[in-house]
Design a protein around this ligand. Structure first.
Ligand code: PMP
Length: 461
């Protein structure tokens, strides 16, 4: 029997959950042994679980609740739109006011001539759109052999067949025979783990030049696009060296390929700009958006496309592509209200000028912890590299074990911080205050201490 409300005892919720709910990215056996964590409400940057514990959400949900929890205006925008027009599609030459208003707004805030939007229900779907779109584009340009998309190892672009293929997660590829054809991967610009004796700047240039080498190897006439996150998020907040993006941009300018910036995490203020591309001076042809677009209050994603690229698609007849929930009116109305608040309340400006510099300074102090080799951060996204030997930038023998221990200590102490292998990562709501940042740093330090103690006790350090 399904619960009628939120007031079932935790154990009962956990039992029903285990009986009927398959979780994304979860080890079911481990979860059942302990019972799923049940979150029941949230406000600002704070979650409340079914036992009444308050937890500081250092991950903004899944990097998405940029505006923070509990904004009535978004609930009202949804209710208003549901009453007026809860659903209509934009297929077959139809539109509706929320789709129009959101598209115009996105064209206004997106850089340069990124002026056309194709909507999806999520970031994964938007990246699937991008695969079809860039291939269709080159077909329409009379170059149908330009099909291959170059992506990066350890990138994350979604969980659909297309999104997971663009992504460079080996464990995901191993489940289900991915990648799909005509997607190839170059190495990531992760200096801490892979830079060896090169300086970060030399390493950044070398990694960027792999794009040029790959284009040469495949033949420029077969390559459609390069896709990358301005900062790799799910891969572990991998901030490329300063030299990386200028070199990638040069290559994309000189070669006849499209550049797709996956802004699903970096967009909507995460870096202190509307888009991560603006932080790095990237000039993409297409940007993938989702998450912070609605601050996660409604599922919505999309592709913002350069006018000249969109015009080719538009001039080539019907694009046989679309999702039932493309430009969903309720999601669009909520996204519009979210963007209004992010702008009018100066939330992104505050991140750039105040909260991010404050947090960066506090975050840097965590590098003094004996288990932390590097503490990096841009805007309000950051990572800690856990290591048994700072000077050697060494990895732990059993990768991910110490990270997992530390993450569990964070939860127990009332902080959501995620681990990717032995990297601890953070991406709090953009409305986090100085006091909350201080608290986050305290809880992180305490959890690092406890994680290290446990690692030593279990012989993992
Ligand atoms: N691209 C990036 C960069 C992401 O981080 C994610 C989600 N973490 C996606 C795409 C996929 O988005 P979604 O989960 O909404 O499908």
């Amino acid at each position: 029997m399904a619960p009628k409300d939120n007031h079932y005892p935790t154990a009962e919720l956990q039992a029903l959950d285990a009986a009927h709910h398959i979780h994304p990215f979860s080890d079911s056996a481990a979860m059942r042994a302990r019972g799923a964590r049940v979150i029941t409400q949230a406000d600002g940057v704070w979650l409340t679980d079914s036992e009444g514990n308050r937890i500081l959400d250092g991950m903004a949900g899944l990097w998405c609740v940029n505006i923070g929890y509990g904004r009535e205006e978004l609930a009202e925008a949804a209710a208003r739109q549901m009453r007026q027009l809860p659903f209509y599609n934009t297929f077959f030459m139809t539109t509706h006011p929320p789709a129009v208003a959101l598209s115009a707004k996105l064209a206004e805030i997106a850089p340069g001539d990124l002026n056309r939007v194709f909507y999806a229900g999520s970031g994964s779907e938007a990246n699937d759109t991008n695969i079809r779109l860039v291939r269709h584009y080159w077909h329409a340009m009379g170059k149908p052999e330009k099909r291959t998309i170059i992506a990066r190892k350890n990138a994350y672009h979604g969980s659909t067949m297309g999104g997971a293929s663009l992504g460079g997660m080996g464990a995901m590829h191993a489940q289900g025979g991915l990648p799909i054809p005509d997607i190839v991967h170059i190495d990531q610009p992760h200096w801490w783990a892979e830079g060896d004796d090169l300086s970060p700047e030399e390493f950044g240039r070398a990694r960027a030049r792999q794009l040029e080498e790959m284009i040469d190897r495949l033949g420029e006439g077969t390559v459609a696009a390069f896709i990358a996150e301005p900062i790799q998020g799910a891969g572990g907040v991998i901030i490329p060296p300063e030299s990386y993006w200028p070199e990638i941009s040069r290559i994309c300018r000189e070669r006849e390929i499209l550049l797709i910036a996956d802004e699903v995490i970096c967009g909507f203020g995460r870096t202190g700009h509307w888009f991560g591309s603006q932080h790095f001076g990237i000039d993409p042809d297409i940007m993938t958006i989702a998450k912070g677009l609605s601050s996660g209050y409604q599922p919505i994603g999309g592709s913002i496309i350069r006018e000249s690229v969109a015009e080719v698609i538009e001039a080539s007849g019907e694009f046989f592509h679309g999702y039932t929930y493309s430009s969903h009116p309720v999601a669009a109305a909520v996204a519009l209200e979210n963007i209004r608040i992010l702008g009018e309340e100066g939330i992104i400006d505050r991140v750039r000028e105040d909260t991010a510099p404050y947090m960066a300074q506090k975050w840097a102090t965590l590098a003094e912890h004996p288990m932390v080799g590097e503490a990096r951060m841009v805007g309000l996204m950051g990572a800690l590299e856990l290591t048994p030997d700072k000077a050697a930038r060494a990895a732990f023998a059993n990768e991910g074990t110490v990270g997992l221990m530390t993450r569990e200590r964070c939860f127990a102490n009332g902080l959501v911080m995620r681990h990717v292998g032995d990297k601890m990562i953070i991406s709090p709501p953009l409305v986090i205050t100085h006091e909350e940042i201080d608290r986050l740093i305290e809880l992180a330090w305490q959890s690092l201490d406890e994680g290290m103690a446990q690692a030593k006790a279990e012989g993992a350090f």
